[in-house]
Design a binder for this molecule. Structure first.
Ligand code: ATP
Ligand code: MG
Length: 258
């Protein structure tokens, strides 16, 4: 089954981490979910309650052959999601990997042995293009693209689509776009609605029907080390991510049957 989803956008601050944390928690309501944090900022790890300074092993140790990937899997307190944490050491891998053959396939090769334990695996990417993000795309079946409903977001989207095509044509023919997710949506602004019409017009059925509104609960939840699904399940943000999880499941089925 196709189950690995990278949440990507080269643009920073568009809601990648918020989406990974909450979609992971929403899917974990009735499935086995692994979240891999490949961002040196480690935001999704700390957001789901992993204390960076108490973690013995992170993804860095896995990718640099210090430990087996099984030994880097953490159980989040208060969440049903398993986590492989990211930390600042990951920032050096562009240099450390420079002379390695297959340096863009390391994550994929490491993940092979643990995929059988999970129904879904979500990868939180960092902004920009770097060797880790390319590793994530090569290890994935799908990309999910969160985008903020603002003017510059359209440029960001063009860049993501370019990277997607390059990876699909060259190193991962299996890669598909599971959807574009509008985040921090404010239906009262003309700009939000204009950006959405433009993207929906151009990309037809790719945007998800579910949109994520601006929500203070989504911002607060990580400071408690929780997803919004655990922190405030009845909030609009949590309910929208639960709806997104249903759409994601349906789309995966659609791809499987295609
Ligand atoms: P980076 O590129 O730095 O990794 P990112 O794409 O992962 O950023 P997030 O960290 O998820 O983006 O979000 C950026 C900021 O926007 C955070 O402060 C987050 O709390 C806030 N945010 C994300 N989604 C929402 C939302 N739906 N409503 C309100 N605030 C949000
Ligand atoms: Mg992030």
């Amino acid at each position: 089954m196709r189950k690995v989803i990278s949440v990507v956008n080269q643009k920073g601050g568009v809601g990648k981490t918020t989406t990974v944390m909450n979609l992971a928690a929403a899917l974990a309501v009735d499935a086995r979910v692994l979240m891999i944090d490949i961002d040196p900022q480690g935001n999704s790890s700390s957001g789901l309650g992993v204390n960076k300074f108490q973690v013995k092993y992170t993804l860095y140790d896995v990718l640099t052959d210090n430990i087996d990937i099984e030994d880097a899997i953490l159980k989040a307190e208060g969440e049903s999601v398993d986590i492989i944490a990211g930390d600042y050491n990951l920032a050096g891998l562009d240099i450390e990997f420079i002379n390695l053959p297959n340096k863009d396939q390391i994550l994929k090769n490491k993940m092979k042995s643990i995929l059988k334990y999970y129904d879904y695996c979500l990868i939180d990417c960092s902004p920009g293009v770097n060797i880790l993000n390319i590793n994530a795309l090569n290890a994935s079946d799908f990309i999910l693209i969160p985008m903020q409903c603002e003017y510059y977001a359209l440029e960001g989207l063009t860049q993501v689509m370019r990277t997607f095509r390059l990876v699909k044509e060259n190193t991962n023919k299996n890669l598909s776009i599971i959807g574009i997710l509008f985040t921090m949506y404010d239906c009262r602004t003309n700009l939000s609605n204009a950006v959405i019409s433009e993207v929906e017009g151009y990309f037809k059925n790719i945007p998800f029907e579910t949109k994520i509104n601006r929500s203070i609960k989504l911002c607060e939840a990580p400071s408690y080390g929780l997803s919004c699904i655990k922190y405030a399940v009845s909030s609009k943000g949590a309910q929208q991510y639960l709806a997104l999880a249903e759409e994601v499941k349906e789309r995966i089925k659609m791809f499987e049957n295609a």
